[in-house]
Design a protein around this ligand. Structure first.
Ligand code: TRP
Length: 334
């Protein structure tokens, strides 16, 4: 196969993905599975860094997989798997940790932010080594490109540095990946606070459209989205951040251009517009939610898909580990 390879990962930290996850990342994953040799993993080992409740983690991992499938990932067109099902991730991560400087790892903004909040004494070592595990995720599959959001740029840089360091020291074994930083075109903001990204970390859930929420809940959230002064439906991120956000959502899910939507709503008010946005969102998500719930109802089928995914992933990953282990001087088990 000559298609370029992509790898990406998503954490199973929440019960439901939100619209920001979908429009900012998963939608691109779905597109890339046709043009690329795509590997996608639910990174449950990374989720351990936030000490989740075991029951929640199990549930969220399966729910993440079900949603990825419901949103359009096709196991015949990509390799979809759970990170912990492929032990090679930990095997390569250790090698990466041994090649990373303390200073280098301490400069990672995610670690810096979290240790500032918690204090370095209490923060888990896993938060510190998180980027090396992520580098292993990527390098195991010899990925050419890594579709991620802007916030992951620094992790990709570290991954590239580590791959180059390895190749220079031990010979060329690892593909140097490129970040494929997802365009900000579909960046979605909180419905109640359009100055911040739609994200699960916000205090209130009222600004968040969750994929698995009922149509009633999502309709209500959209109808109570914050709007701006004036009454025109116009895209202007500074003057009309609320309406602009709704226009982005409408456009991304309907395929209509923002200009066309503006025209359609000329002379109409915010109320009409919000009603229409709610309808687009709810109708888009209705079959997705149904499909995800159906998949979750059949755990045997889900685990078969994951078994097959892990098998496919392990073939590639184990080969990289064997090559890396040999090059660094670990003797193979007879
Ligand atoms: N750190 C990524 C995030 O929080 C998740 C992730 C883990 C990832 N491993 C990866 C993304 C490998 C891309 C490739 O979004």
């Amino acid at each position: 196969m000559n298609k370029p390879r992509v790898l990406s990962g998503i954490q199973p930290t929440n019960g439901s993905f939100h619209l920001g996850n979908y429009l900012g990342a998963v939608k691109q994953w779905v597109e890339l599975q046709e043009s690329h040799d795509a590997f996608y993993c639910v990174v449950d080992l990374h989720a351990l860094t936030s000490s989740p409740d075991p029951k929640e983690l199990r549930k969220n991992t399966l729910t993440s997989v079900a949603q990825l499938l419901a949103l359009g990932l096709n196991p015949d067109h990509c390799t979809l798997f759970v990170q912990s099902h492929v032990p090679a991730h930990n095997q390569l991560a250790w090698v990466m940790e041994c090649m990373t400087g303390m200073g280098e790892a301490s400069r990672m903004t995610q670690f810096k932010d979290k240790s500032q909040k918690t204090g370095t004494d209490r923060i888990g070592v896993g938060v510190f080594t998180y980027p090396m595990l992520m580098a292993a995720d990527i390098l195991l599959y010899q990925a050419d490109q890594v579709p991620v959001g802007e916030d992951q740029r620094q992790h990709i840089e570290l991954t590239r540095d580590l791959a180059e360091r390895f190749n220079t020291t031990y010979g060329k074994a690892l593909t140097i990946p490129e970040g494929y930083i997802l365009k900000s075109g579909a960046k979605i903001y909180d419905l109640q606070d359009p100055s911040s990204k739609m994200s699960k970390s916000t205090e209130s859930l009222s600004g968040l459209i969750e994929i698995l929420d009922t149509p009633e809940v999502n309709t209500k959230k959209i109808k109570s989205a914050i709007t701006d002064t004036g009454r025109e439906i116009k895209f202007h991120t500074q003057e009309k951040p609320g309406i602009s956000n709704l226009l982005t959502i409408f456009s991304a899910l309907s395929g209509k251009s923002v200009t066309d939507i503006e025209k359609d709503f000329e002379g109409k008010g915010y109320g009409d517009f919000k009603g229409a946005v709610a309808e687009v969102v709810v109708e888009y998500l209705r079959p997705v939610r149904a499909k995800a719930l159906e998949l979750l109802d059949d755990p045997t089928h889900l685990s078969k898909i994951l078994h097959a995914g892990a098998e496919k992933a392990a073939v590639v990953a184990d080969k990289t580990v064997a090559d890396v282990y040999e090059r660094i001087g670990l003797i193979p088990r007879a």
